[in-house]
Design a protein around this ligand. Structure first.
Ligand SMILES: [Ca+2]
Ligand SMILES: [Ca+2]
Ligand SMILES: [Ca+2]
Length: 140
């Protein structure tokens, strides 16, 4: 997961780690800020369950001239396998969407149609969505 900020950031305590980032579900593995030129924070995590609402809370960061982060410091992310159209339900609409992309090369936003993450969009992905039909999640 990569968070984008309006300008480059740093950890106020000098080390980007679990004092800057907390997750509502799953396990935080690593936090890094790539460099001073890009306003990006990279967050590695594991064990985030399917059908969950992941809230990432960021605290203790500042811009490069020591102005602390202001404004919204939380990102709400819906975690739902097979929900290719992002409407918070896994259903026949998603299956139809994957069917329309069957055999397409993975490119840009189309990666979301590769539900099993094996590098191609095919019948296996459609079968997976079928098996997950009825899945739902809400993420306020
Ligand atoms: Ca820290
Ligand atoms: Ca859907
Ligand atoms: Ca696939």
């Amino acid at each position: 997961m990569v968070l984008l900020f309006s300008e480059p950031v740093k950890a106020i305590d000098g080390v980007p780690d679990d004092t800057e980032v907390s997750l509502s579900v799953g396990t935080l593995e690593a936090v890094s800020i790539v460099d001073n030129a890009h306003p990006e924070m990279s967050i590695e995590m594991s064990g985030v369950p399917d059908e969950s609402c992941l809230v990432i809370t960021v605290t203790g960061i500042a811009d490069l001239t020591d102005n602390p982060l202001t404004g919204n410091n939380q990102a709400h992310i819906t975690v739902l396998t097979g929900d290719t159209n992002g409407d918070h339900y896994t259903d026949l609409i998603d299956m139809a969407q994957v069917k329309s992309k069957n055999g397409s090369a993975l490119f840009g936003a189309d990666v979301r149609f590769d539900v099993n993450l094996d590098g191609s969009i095919d019948l296996i992905d459609m079968a997976l969505i079928k098996s997950l039909n009825g899945g739902a999640v809400s993420c306020p």
